[in-house]
Design a protein around this ligand. Structure first.
Ligand SMILES: Nc1nc2c(ncn2[C@@H]2O[C@H](COP(=O)(O)OP(=O)(O)OP(=O)(O)O)[C@@H](O)[C@H]2O)c(=O)[nH]1
Length: 372
């Protein structure tokens, strides 16, 4: 069991999901005025997405976090057109957003091999520049990592997300009866008999007010953005962060989680969602579940139990609700099957959409050809 905040901080210190770096394109080469020669263009700085790369490893290898491309070659009698400077390629993890210093997003790298031009090299000296070379583009950018996983586990601390992740996948997260045991996103994979794999990310401890960056709010809510499916995990016996905070029933917990997601980004509520109700082995769990199901069927009849600011404007529509216990294993296989079904349905819908668009495109180009 992790007992003190120091341990938590130490573990968190291992995970980096944002890195500020300086990039500079190479300066162009000198032109050759007498012979009208043109200097080589400066090299460019590229970010290239690669599996198994972490921001931490970049920081470790390049502690100065400066990436500068090569200078273009000067024009000479032997080579009137100078050679281009050497490009600088920085391998970054998949799932990176590139942001300017003012927070504006300028690029995204979502698959291995994707490239982003971070800083363009300067032009070589030529007649236009009076044979003087131009400097390369220079700027500070932020590499912001958002995990890409098929399923994101969303729940308040102690709901049993880590326990669930280790039950359904091969991940070995830290588990303890202590809120915020999970302080960095943990990834696992569910393996199916037909070798299909579905990745699941445990997105650590949301708390009330996470949308306003309370706790580690934004740091983790941003990871939810790139998951295809949400799996809300709630403790059937309710949730209380500490003795100083109010106790929340499972129903209240679900509404609060919905509210946090909604306040952070409304679109998150349009993602397909499943609800896992954990700790069904506890005494009174069955009675609590009956009560909760009644509340979920007609939530509007129970909203008076909540303070107004806790009520989300929209509700999450759960594709399935699965009671389970990570202790006894009840419901685990069913959950795995439901996750699979939901992901497959989504993929089928995407394929259908793709086929429809392609057909439309074909029809339009055929019509255009006929008209010509
Ligand atoms: N009775 C019971 N306890 C459970 C069950 N699943 C998890 N727990 C316990 O609940 C506590 C919290 O479990 P975790 O898996 O660490 O919860 P978490 O949601 O990952 O917590 P954070 O890391 O704080 O976000 C631990 O003491 C677990 O042993 C369950 O099915 N039944």
């Amino acid at each position: 069991m992790v007992r003190c905040g120091a341990a938590v901080l130490r573990k968190y210190g291992n995970f980096i999901d944002n890195l500020r770096v300086y990039v500079r394109g190479g300066t162009g080469g000198m032109g050759y005025p007498r012979l009208g020669g043109e200097g080589g263009r400066g090299g460019d700085v590229w970010f290239v997405a690669q599996e198994r790369t972490t921001l931490k490893s970049i920081k470790h290898r390049y502690p100065q976090k400066r990436f500068i491309a090569g200078t273009g070659a000067n024009s000479s009698v032997k080579a009137l057109k100078g050679e281009k400077g050497k490009d600088c390629e920085v391998h970054v993890p998949v799932g990176i957003s590139v942001l300017c210093d003012d927070g504006m997003q300028i690029g995204e790298l979502n698959a291995a091999g994707e490239r982003f031009l971070a800083a363009r090299g300067g032009l070589g000296g030529s007649l236009v520049t009076n044979f003087l070379p131009c400097k390369g583009q220079r700027r500070i950018v932020h590499l912001d990592l958002k995990l890409i996983a098929d399923v994101g586990l969303v729940g308040f601390p102690n709901a049993g997300k880590s326990s669930l992740l280790s039950k359904i996948s091969h991940a070995k997260p830290e588990i303890a009866n202590y809120a915020f045991t999970t302080v960095q996103p943990e990834l696992g994979k569910i393996m199916y008999a037909d070798y299909k794999q579905i990745s699941v990310a445990d997105l650590p401890g949301l708390i009330e007010g996470a949308h306003a960056n309370k706790g580690r709010g934004h740091k983790f809510l941003k990871h939810v953005e790139r998951t295809k499916q949400l799996l809300l995990v709630v403790d059937i016996s309710g949730f209380q962060l500490s003795i100083k905070t109010q106790f929340r029933t499972a129903f209240e917990t679900i509404l609060l989680l919905t509210k946090e997601l909604e306040l952070y980004k409304e679109e998150l509520l349009t993602k397909p969602a499943l609800l896992a109700i954990n700790k069904m082995d506890l005494p009174c769990a069955k009675d609590n579940l009956n009560e909760l199901m009644k509340q979920l069927q007609n939530p509007q009849d129970f909203l008076h139990l909540l303070q107004e600011e806790m009520i989300p404007a929209n509700t999450l529509e759960f594709k399935d609700i699965i009671p389970l216990s990570t202790y006894t294993g009840e419901g685990i296989e069913e959950l795995k099957a439901r996750i699979r079904k939901c992901i497959d349905e989504e993929a089928e819908q995407e394929n259908e959409e793709y086929r429809r668009k392609k057909l439309l495109l074909l029809q339009t180009s055929e019509e255009q050809m006929n008209r010509n």
